[in-house]
Ligand binder design. Structure first.
Ligand SMILES: [Zn+2]
Ligand SMILES: [Zn+2]
Length: 243
């Protein structure tokens, strides 16, 4: 693999990876070393439930450049309870490498759980993040309007909308609030012309790069497992779109 060295002058990071997933069980160490050798300076391993949040913390403890986010994904909304909330509070306070709460949010595409349950679990985790003074990593799919309303109601300020896939109009509403957009492999897909307009127009301080690996590989690796080093493909596309 060879990459444009101009990119290396930026802090290259994958702000959203699921390195704890079983897709990496056979070669996790090699995947992480490949990312390090390619110049990634930071990877945030993102939890979806208690187990994956625990595993993300373990990875963060093992590797200096890996950090952890802890939370319950809307697809696991039924696993949220007060015991889990108490556990997250302890972890966030005791583990220095826990940098955010997430991924949390609303998923109306899969709709694994009723909207009202998803909203309650989302709200309670936003309260938790506020209480802890941590930013949140938000997952939304076909739920942008409700996500916006719940975020505004909560009064939370530090928000990243991960794997952003909405149009310019919603992006502008997010920017007006100072929310950060996460751009991943989907910005390289041929059909996502509208999304590339958002990338081109985004204020420099209001976006981060991510992979969401093992899912959503960039176009050049479609059909393969995604991994943190491919964030470089996302960086190349961002760089091209923003001159
Ligand atoms: Zn997500
Ligand atoms: Zn994710």
């Amino acid at each position: 693999m060879s990459y444009d060295l101009r990119l290396m002058t930026y802090v290259l990071q994958d702000t959203h990876a699921h390195l704890d997933f079983s897709a990496f069980d056979k070669d996790r160490e090699a995947v992480i070393e490949r990312a390090r050798k390619a110049g990634l300076q930071k990877i945030i391993c993102v939890g979806c439930d208690l187990l994956s949040s625990d595993r993300s913390i373990e990875l963060a403890k093992k590797y200096d450049f890996i950090y952890a986010s802890i939370g319950v994904h809307p697809s696991d909304a039924d696993k949220w309870n007060t015991d889990l909330a108490s556990k997250f509070i302890v972890q966030a306070k005791e583990e220095q490498k826990v940098v955010s709460i997430g991924e949390i949010g609303l998923d109306y595409f899969h709709l694994d759980h009723p909207k009202e349950l998803q909203k309650r679990v989302f709200r309670e985790q936003l309260d938790l993040a506020k209480q802890l003074g941590l930013p949140v990593c938000v997952h939304m799919r076909e739920s942008a309007s409700d996500v916006y309303d719940v975020l505004i109601d909560s009064g939370i300020e530090q928000v990243t909308l991960h794997c952003f896939n909405e149009g310019l109009e919603f992006a502008q509403k997010a920017w007006a609030r100072g929310w950060v957009l996460g751009f991943g492999g989907t910005i390289t897909y041929p059909k996502n012309e509208e999304l590339r307009k958002v990338v081109a127009a985004c204020p420099s301080e209001l976006f981060v790069l991510e992979t969401d690996c093992p899912f959503l590989p960039p176009q050049s690796h479609r059909g393969e497992r995604n991994e943190p080093v491919y964030v470089i493909e996302v960086a190349k596309m961002v760089s091209a779109l923003r001159s």
